[in-house]
Design a protein around this ligand. Structure first.
Ligand SMILES: Cc1cc2nc3c(=O)[nH]c(=O)nc-3n(C[C@H](O)[C@H](O)[C@H](O)COP(=O)(O)O)c2cc1C
Length: 496
């Protein structure tokens, strides 16, 4: 099911009992964080989306934790469970092993073509028909009308935390949409925290190289949930995240021209902040209580000058709070993980599955199961992943055999710890690391580890026979299954 607006999604959440309307007055400064943090870390049954309808000093309601569970994230993207995302994309891809690199590229091209066709037959909406331009402010536009959250006590100010930041490549004109937090400096100024490996930062570099004085930009807030999530998807450069959103929704995203910038934005968004970014003007951004669970330090980032704010008559302001995991962003990353498995397999067909557990914050730990065929196979995959898009930032990669469930932390840890000879099965390398990594000696560059936890072959320096895993005879299992009801052992439904 595709949603036509954020309000539509809110109605759906509410109908399923998955949303709480909070009518008591709360402050956008710290209080919303404390409430949502308790929700994220509390019992699963209590974990709901929250709509704060009475935010101190504001008339616009704040929606938070709307993607904060596997089910909510799946529904937001039009599927019942996140695994369906993988199945949906698998269905688009030719799953036979590619015949060489050229074939891989050709299939990648065909896949993109399919995404583009499904997602984008650009549909332009006239401004008068665009809900997001029901109210237009230029000279009087003020960020103070938006309930921007101050998330943590040590933060450098209020931050927009769930935006779709749109820019175009200053030379090629291709669109990038990225979820990059923005710090509010005053009523008409923001700072854009696009990290150096991201699409927006590349547009900034191209602008500088080509002496472009400004980069037109738009910060889209709200709209349909597929668009919101798509901004966080690590698509290759020059591939429009709104194609992906269109493919997920099953119909293209309708666009409208901005009122003050040469850009198009989703017509069904809630609020759009239009402006220009000066690639020569950087100011200190931060600190910010980040998804690492630590404050990221103050660093210079580009300045965004507001030229207009447009909005619906009844906008909802979407936000998230990141901090010590698990929080809402874990589920957003989980959707990415499921959807990108077929894409990883396009380049590394031996990969069966992969998982990025919550405490690993995506880039610190990637667990990968592979169909091992030859000596050194796990090492081939480790190096392959370190060369693949944003997985190049992975600090720790653990490779296990195909039968291991990488989503079961106990099973994965059992294999990762028991199958390793620490003097033989480790790959230590140096390379790019996430800009938020605080442990590397230098910003964005540091050490990484790859662990081969597969069963070892003699050629890999293991001349002894590899032992057999202890498992029960299937016939005995079947007998006990039949016998179980007569045993009168109290059990929870689905647990045995
Ligand atoms: C809640 C949330 C907040 C994020 N904040 C940032 C951020 O401030 N800066 C950044 O570079 N990436 C941030 N990311 C990750 C990017 O959105 C992600 O890497 C995305 O792929 C960037 O788009 P791009 O590939 O077009 O650059 C965030 C992701 C999420 C889910």
């Amino acid at each position: 099911m595709a949603f036509s607006s954020l309000r539509d999604y809110v109605k759906n959440l509410e109908a399923r009992g998955d949303l709480v309307r909070v009518t008591a007055q709360v402050s956008a400064e710290l209080e919303i964080t404390e409430i949502v943090d308790r929700m994220s870390k509390g019992p699963a049954l209590q974990n709901k989306a929250l709509l704060f309808e009475n935010v101190k000093g504001h008339s616009v309601p704040v929606l938070i934790n709307a993607f904060g569970s596997a089910e909510r994230m799946a529904r937001a993207l039009g599927v019942r469970e996140l695994e369906e995302l993988r199945q949906k994309l698998d269905a688009l891809i030719d799953l036979r092993p590619p015949q060489g690199f050229g074939d891989t590229l050709a299939r990648g091209g065909a896949l993109l073509g399919a995404l583009r066709d499904a997602g984008v037959r650009p549909r332009r909406v006239k401004p008068r028909n665009a809900p997001v331009q029901a109210v237009v402010e230029t000279g009087t536009a003020s960020l103070d009308t938006i309930p921007i959250l101050t998330c943590w006590p040590g933060d450098g100010g209020p931050f927009v935390t769930l935006p779709q930041v749109i820019t175009r490549d200053p030379v090629k004109g291709t669109r990038n949409v990225g979820m990059y937090r923005l710090q509010q400096v005053d009523a008409r100024t923001l700072l854009v925290h696009w990290q150096r490996h991201k699409g927006g930062a590349e547009h900034e570099r191209v602008a500088l190289e080509n002496r472009k004085p400004t980069i037109p930009a738009a910060v889209v807030l709200g709209g349909d949930p597929a668009c919101i999530w798509a901004a966080s998807a690590p698509l290759p450069p020059d591939i429009d995240e709104y194609w992906l959103a269109g493919w997920l929704r099953g119909r293209p995203v309708p666009f409208v021209d901005c009122v003050s910038q040469p850009l198009q934005v989703p017509a069904n968004a809630d609020i759009v902040i239009e402006g220009v970014i000066d690639p020569n003007e950087h100011r200190p951004e931060g600190p910010f209580g980040d998804h690492t669970g630590y404050y990221t330090p103050v660093e210079p980032f580009p300045v965004f000058h507001v030229t207009a704010i447009t909005r619906r008559t009844d906008p909802i302001y979407p936000a998230t709070v990141v901090g010590i995991p698990p929080m809402e962003d874990y589920w957003m990353g989980k959707a990415t993980e499921r959807l990108f498995l077929p894409l990883v397999r396009l380049f590394l067909p031996e990969v069966v599955d992969f998982a990025m557990p919550a405490p690993g914050l995506f880039h610190n730990l990637v667990l990968v199961s592979i169909k091992k065929r030859f000596p050194g196979h796990a090492r081939k995959v480790i190096h392959g992943l370190w060369g693949l898009a944003l997985l190049s930032l992975a600090k720790g990669i653990v490779i296990v055999d195909d039968w291991v469930d990488v989503h079961n932390p106990t099973e994965a840890a059992w294999q990762a710890l028991g199958n390793v000879d620490w003097s033989r099965d480790i790959v230590i390398a140096e390379g790019p690391v996430d800009q938020l990594d605080h442990a590397s000696a230098h910003s964005s560059f540091g050490g990484k580890i790859g662990i081969d936890a597969t069963a070892k072959l003699p050629e890999e320096g293991h001349p002894r026979p590899w032992p057999q895993v202890v498992t029960m005879d299937p016939e005995v299992k079947a007998r006990v299954d039949a016998l179980w009801p007569d045993l009168d052992i109290p059990t929870l439904k689905g647990s045995v």
